[in-house]
Design a protein around this ligand. Structure first.
Ligand code: FES
Ligand code: FE2
Length: 350
């Protein structure tokens, strides 16, 4: 009598209307992706979408759990429910679900000892909390480690989060932009970019066990660093570390100073065309990071409309599709890795 409908969404799988090609979806489902700031998953369940799959996040004494946002009884959205006595309560008939997805009570049954069918359980998804971010892996078997971020992982440094923003662009488009240095004089002249477009120094991209890295010297216009120099411009070294597929940290070190800033960015692929951006910052300076957040918001606002307008919407992983110049070494290495190392790049679903 209690057998649930054998629904296509009993466990995470390609959802109806998926915007990714099936092969790309299956590859991306094997990675960890950010789905929420941990602080935002509190007393109430939270809805989010990852790779076109609608999820509910809920916190119990065992940490944050994630599951398909779908009650196995009658398909109601569990994110509209509530947390009570350490379980997730469905808003429709009050079935109660434990942190691991097992149903532990059916209020309408009247008999508290009635057997609950084992199939009456949530389609749970693997989660991990790190850097104040909840990460989820839909396949249940992560194919790649979480990013190992310097600075952000240092308990001595005060971390701040930039408010989550949604970009109407593919995650890989966002990541490529975050790792592009040749756009600074044009896109960021009003913030940190040097309006004189000097040639980009030769740099090399190295492949590591987590992804790609490169370092680049740059002359910033103005002085945004709180180390008391107040110079008209600053020589800075940016070191980028990209963890496949969509997480990057930039270590920003002004030359001749002990000051270091860390700017981490993790893009969550909501769909093939929509991305939620999670950013965490810290530095060696001190607790007041209000100004850094304002700068990050301005920098994002400068990038976002241009990235949202890029066509095709998918990142062209076949290098023959676009023209590349020497400053694009990182972008070329990134596209090549996504295609050759992981097999991504199938045409986007219509
Ligand atoms: S739909 Fe009936 S308990 Fe959830
Ligand atoms: Fe930018």
């Amino acid at each position: 009598m209690f057998d649930p409908i054998d629904h296509y969404l009993r466990k995470p799988d390609i959802p109806p209307g998926c915007t990714f090609a099936e092969s790309d979806w299956r590859i991306l489902a094997g990675f960890w992706h950010p789905v929420a700031f941990a602080d935002d998953v509190g007393d109430a369940p939270v809805a989010c979408t990852l790779l076109d799959v609608e999820l509910v996040l809920f916190r119990t004494s065992r940490g944050v759990s994630a599951a398909l946002d779908l009650c196995p009884h009658r398909g109601t959205r569990l994110s509209a429910g509530r947390i009570e006595d350490d379980v997730l309560v469905c808003p429709m008939h009050g079935f109660r679900f434990r942190h691991d997805g097992a149903c532990v009570a059916i209020p309408s049954s009247g008999n508290p000892d009635a057997r609950i069918p084992p199939r009456l359980r949530l389609g749970t998804v693997l989660t991990e909390e790190r850097y104040g971010i909840v990460w989820a892996c839909l396949s249940g078997e992560p194919s790649w480690p979480l990013p190992d971020w310097p600075g952000i992982g240092d308990p001595q440094l005060t971390k701040v989060r930039v408010p989550v923003d949604t970009w109407r662009a593919a995650a890989s488009r966002h990541v490529e932009n975050f790792n592009d240095v040749a756009h600074f004089p044009y896109v960021h002249a009003a913030s940190f970019g040097n309006p004189d477009p000097a040639p980009i120094a030769d740099y090399t991209v190295d492949e590591t066990d987590y992804g790609l890295t490169f370092a680049l010297p740059y002359l910033e216009g103005g002085d945004r660093f709180p180390d008391g120099r107040n110079a008209e411009s600053r020589e800075v070294t940016y070191t980028y570390q990209l963890t496949f597929p969509f997480s990057t940290i930039i270590v920003i070190a002004p030359d001749g100073s002990d000051y270091v800033q860390y700017f981490a960015d993790a893009a969550s692929p909501v769909s093939a065309r929509e991305t939620r951006v999670f950013q965490v910052m810290t530095d060696t300076y001190g607790p007041d990071r209000t100004e850094a957040i304002r700068e990050a918001l301005q920098i994002n606002d400068e990038d976002k409309p241009l990235v949202e307008g890029q066509r095709p919407e998918r990142l062209p992983l076949d290098l023959r599709e676009e023209i590349h110049v020497p400053a694009d070494r990182m972008s070329v290495a990134y596209r090549r890795a996504l295609a050759r190392k992981f097999g991504l790049g199938a045409p986007m679903a219509a």
